[in-house]
Design a protein around this ligand. Structure first.
Ligand code: T4K
Length: 371
């Protein structure tokens, strides 16, 4: 008989005892959505927890990125982004009316390389949309410099970057806007959800309006908005999740540290996320399987599956190899050699706050067998 399955992610749920008073409040008020009182308290508490001033909670990161694009005035032209991400990154560009242009990534961080971005700038370029992939900060200063020099917007896909800090400050403070995801598989979840972090109150209010169909008041609509509102139930989950959340991050660091301790130094295997770095969030534990490892990435993936361990090949295939994007001139694999290699070699190991040591050892034993 096979052992219990181990998945790449498992959501952390808030204590039911923290949820119940919030549910009673919602049931009592019958205010279910449209920026209700629970959502407003969640926004305030979340801003404080993350160390940012202006934040709008939304229905998910995909919609949040579309709102950010719209707020930046992007309805056409080109947006430079990474092919090494979840497909939602490029979809948000397309959904806002622009065309993604893929630039190659840095081999160390697997994040967008500012020099490669610079080489892709044209008169049509409207924005850069980098990703803090796996919670590793992208080169925020290098990209800001390119954006400023060309007078274009810089919007960070921060879906993986909940709680990430650099030099003691939230990474979300960089760029014009940043977008978090609170999907079930993320470090912090509200089942589904997200947030747009901006630099001033007027922009926050503009994002709120766009998330509510563009209504400025009861009788006027300013812009072509959408429905990207988070409802009161999801906001209650978020508020309850914040209780004891530092412990969740600490537990993730312990799991990541156990992988590092046993896998660093294995021939042909590279651990991508440095552990013990202040301000990291242990979002994932990606490894790169190079030619010096005794089998290739897909063979290891299959061996793990045989052992009922469901690692994931994030991000394979590259977005640029997916049907809606593969015909774009910037999608040619020979223009994206670093990203193409990473997509062939990457494997994200199971990592969640309550992955116990015995289960984790099952994962590690498969990886070390034959090494
Ligand atoms: N930008 C980036 C860089 C992103 O990575 C994402 C999302 C977005 C933007 C868009 O964010 P949102 O619009 O979603 O807020 C998952 C997630 O669906 C997706 O949100 C995420 N990135 C992506 C990296 O991963 P799948 O299809 O690989 O997930 P799934 O459903 O196979 O789940 C993986 C494992 O997690 C399962 O095997 C079991 C476990 N799981 C999953 C769910 C949904 C649970 O235990 N409980 C659950 O409820 O895409």
């Amino acid at each position: 008989m096979k052992p219990d399955p181990i998945y790449v992610a498992r959501p952390r749920l808030p204590e039911l005892s923290d949820m119940m008073p919030l549910l009673e409040e919602i049931w009592g008020s019958r205010i279910l959505t449209n920026r209700g009182p629970v959502l407003q308290r969640f926004e305030t508490a979340l801003s404080k927890y993350l160390g940012v001033e202006h934040l709008s909670v939304v229905s998910n990161a995909t919609q949040g990125t579309v709102l950010a694009m719209r707020q930046a005035g992007i309805t056409s032209g080109e947006v430079i982004t990474t092919p090494f991400s979840f497909v939602a990154t490029a979809h948000a560009i397309r959904l806002s009316g622009a065309t993604p242009v893929f630039a190659d990534i840095d081999p160390e961080t697997l994040n967008l390389d500012p020099a490669q971005v610079e080489a892709k700038i044209t008169p049509q370029t409207r924005a850069i949309l980098p990703v803090h992939t796996f919670g590793i900060p992208c080169d925020v200063d290098g990209l800001a410099e390119v954006a400023a020099r060309h007078g274009i917007a810089l919007i960070h896909d921060a879906a993986h970057a909940f709680g990430v800090r650099r030099d003691g400050q939230s990474i979300l403070r960089h760029g014009d806007m940043s977008v978090l995801s609170f999907h079930a598989t993320k470090v912090f979840n509200t089942f589904e959800g997200g947030a747009v972090i901006v630099q001033d109150r007027d922009t926050k209010l503009a994002i709120d309006r766009l998330a509510n169909f563009g209504f400025a008041d009861a009788v006027s609509v300013d812009d072509i908005g959408t429905n990207a509102k988070m409802n009161e139930f999801n906001a209650a989950v978020g508020l309850a999740q914040l209780c004891g959340f530092d412990d969740v991050l600490a537990a993730r660091h312990v799991v990541a540290g156990r992988y590092s301790a046993r896998l660093e130094g294995v021939a042909g295997l590279r651990c991508v996320c440095p552990t013990g770095v202040a301000g990291h969030n242990s979002y994932a534990f990606p490894i790169l399987i190079g030619p010096d490892y005794h089998i290739d990435r897909d063979a290891l993936f299959a061996r793990l599956e045989d052992a009922n361990v469901f690692a994931r090949r994030y991000f394979y295939p590259l977005i640029s190899d997916l049907a809606p994007y593969s015909d774009l001139p910037s999608a040619a694999p020979d223009l994206l050699p670093v990203a193409s290699k990473a997509a062939e070699q990457v494997l994200c190991l199971p990592l969640y706050h309550d992955l116990d040591e015995a289960a984790q050892n099952r994962v590690i034993d498969v990886i070390l067998a034959g090494s």
